[in-house]
Design a protein. Structure first.
Length: 278
């Protein structure tokens, strides 16, 4: 028999990819400072939020924590693909039905690993968008610092030398600084709200697609299991000959078609809000 009828051999762009082109490869995959070891993971966790302007420290910590989440998801995807290969290897020496079905199950498990990898790229859109809010917060911090510095200088000068000629000059600078700060704070508020909604739209859209495609694979995996004859046999009895090769291949093909044709419009789960009376 031919081993591993893989989805990856003839995969065309899915309908969801045609509607919305795939995002760039995740930045966590392309800019790896510490390779694949756990050192970088631990370093980011211990230093998250320790540097940078005060205004952006909390969000900087969140962004770094999300990078650790993505690295963990990358590891899960790699390990799952290895598990898929090992499952096929283990079943190869089994009886015909077990050998065929474990091989096809390996195909499905491998596909889950591929979906995990694609999910990381889409999840990064969320993280990068949240990172842009952090950058805006960082840019607003100098305006806050300057206003606070002028306020302190004026208060100190009024205490030490209320008649100082520098006092009116500092007060004029404070008025200008407050005006600049108002503009910066308004921009921060407006852009932060817009970016927050965009970021979590990316995440929830990615989660919905990922979850529904996992459900598709799970359903076809259960169809494969039905081809295994698990009826008990007595010692010396010969189990009936397995004839499910075409059907198992068809299940894999149907699963591929379902994944390829999945679109947001055809999603099974749609958000609905409950309407409650007073």
């Amino acid at each position: 028999m031919h081993r591993t009828y893989s989805m990856r051999q003839t995969r065309a762009p899915s309908q969801s990819q045609l509607q919305q082109p795939p995002p760039p490869v995740s930045s966590t995959k392309t800019s790896r400072l510490f390779g694949k070891t756990n050192f970088g993971h631990a370093f980011r966790k211990s230093t998250a939020g320790a540097f940078g302007p005060d205004l952006s420290k909390k969000l900087a910590q969140l962004v770094k924590m999300e990078k650790n989440v993505m690295r963990s998801m990358e590891l899960v995807g790699r390990e799952r693909r290895e598990v898929a290969r090992q499952l096929s290897i283990w079943g190869e020496e089994g009886e015909e039905d077990v050998s065929d079905i474990t091989d096809k199950l390996g195909v499905l498990i491998y596909e889950i690993g591929e979906l995990e990898d694609q999910f990381v790229d889409r999840y990064d859109q969320y993280r990068v968008t949240m990172k842009s809010i952090r950058n805006i917060e960082s840019s607003v911090q100098p305006s806050r610092d300057r206003k606070q510095k002028l306020t302190d200088q004026i208060a100190q000068l009024k205490y030490k030398d209320p008649t100082s000629p520098k006092l009116p000059i500092l007060e004029q600078e404070l008025v200008r600084s407050e005006a600049e700060s108002l503009v910066a704070e308004a921009q921060l508020s407006n852009i932060s709200r817009e970016k927050l909604k965009s970021a979590f739209t990316y995440q929830f859209d990615a989660l919905r697609e990922h979850s529904e495609k996992l459900a598709i694979i799970a359903n076809y995996g259960k169809h494969l299991l039905e081809l295994i004859d698990d009826s008990p046999v007595t010692p010396g009895e010969v189990r009936r000959e397995y004839d499910g090769y075409d059907e198992s291949k068809s299940i894999i093909q149907d699963c591929e078609d379902a994944l390829t044709n999945w679109t947001v419009e055809g999603a099974s789960v749609r958000p609905r809000r409950s309407v409650k009376g007073r």
